[in-house]
Design a protein around this ligand. Structure first.
Ligand SMILES: NC(=O)c1ccc[n+]([C@@H]2O[C@H](COP(=O)([O-])OP(=O)(O)OC[C@H]3O[C@@H](n4cnc5c(N)ncnc54)[C@H](O)[C@@H]3O)[C@@H](O)[C@H]2O)c1
Length: 248
């Protein structure tokens, strides 16, 4: 039997890249997947899910808008009667040296990556509490509280914030049968990272012990594990998926 049969999942930023792969993988494992994004590409991901025999719906959700997050959670619950899995994946990573960083640069990254995670989680948790079951999985980064990167002070702060948020929330929600975990990917091959050019990709590969970048599917399979019953005793964890990069 598929591991996520009868489960209902919401994935943010699922129009492309890692979020798209997560949505496809959860659907393959039997979940009904609510594919959300702000670009319209959420419809393309849903079409792919359907063409593979999966099911779900596509919704426009800007994670920075708390009202939209509440409306989305309500609509999903009214339609399917449950919300079992939330994947907070939407995020941006624009490089900007600290000495050039404006308030707007800082606020935009914190608002999408960290406040967005809070907004959607806050909208979904009351339904999970009611059903006494839930899996919240947020995509952090090795740039959060593991490694430092120049040009990413705002991003690192947002991703470290997700780790702290995850641990504190895991404590508060454990009594309701809800687990809360985070994943720290290393370098992942996505349309956005590929835009940096093949040279940059090759340089990255040389410093990664497993000799390759992560594919989005490597992150999706970790999400699928954390969402499954096999991970029912894991909460408050940060799982590093980086090909060994941060142990060097
Ligand atoms: N690619 C990597 O190497 C890497 C490494 C570590 C962590 N991550 C994290 O993984 C996540 C996905 O990264 P990716 O490389 O697939 O990125 P991506 O740019 O390919 O996709 C991100 C998606 O998020 C959506 N998004 C942006 N702002 C949004 C908003 N306000 N509301 C809803 N959706 C919004 C975009 O439209 C896009 O579809 C991000 O949180 C990123 O920080 C990526």
């Amino acid at each position: 039997m598929p591991t996520l049969k009868n489960r209902v999942a919401i994935v943010t930023g699922a129009g492309q890249g890692i979020g798209r792969s997560i949505a496809l993988r959860l659907a393959k494992d039997g979940a009904t997947v609510v594919v959300t994004d702000i670009t319209g590409k959420e419809n393309e991901t849903l079409n792919e899910i359907r063409s593979l025999g999966g099911q779900g719906m596509a919704l426009r959700l800007d994670v920075t808008d708390p009202r939209m997050a509440e409306d989305t959670a309500k609509r999903v619950y009214d339609t399917y009667g449950r919300i079992d899995i939330l994947v907070n994946n939407a995020g941006i990573y624009p490089f900007k040296p600290f000495l050039e960083m404006t308030f707007d640069d800082w606020y935009k990254v914190i608002n999408i990556n960290l406040n967005g995670t809070f907004n959607v989680t806050r909208a979904v948790v009351p339904y999970m509490v009611k059903q006494k079951y839930g899996r919240i999985i947020s995509i952090s980064s090795v740039a959060g509280n593991i490694m430092g990167f120049t040009g990413l002070t705002h991003y690192s702060a947002s991703k470290a914030g997700i780790v702290g948020f995850t641990r504190a929330l895991a404590l508060e929600l454990a009594r309701y049968g809800i687990t809360v975990n985070a994943i720290a990917p290393g370098a992942v091959r996505t349309p956005t990272t590929q835009a940096g050019g093949e040279e940059q990709m090759k340089m990255m590969m040389q410093v990664i012990p497993l000799g390759r970048l992560a594919e989005p599917e490597d992150i999706a399979s970790t999400v699928a594990f954390l969402a499954s019953d096999d991970a029912s005793y894991i909460t408050g964890a940060l799982i590093v998926v980086d090909g060994g990069w941060t142990i060097t």
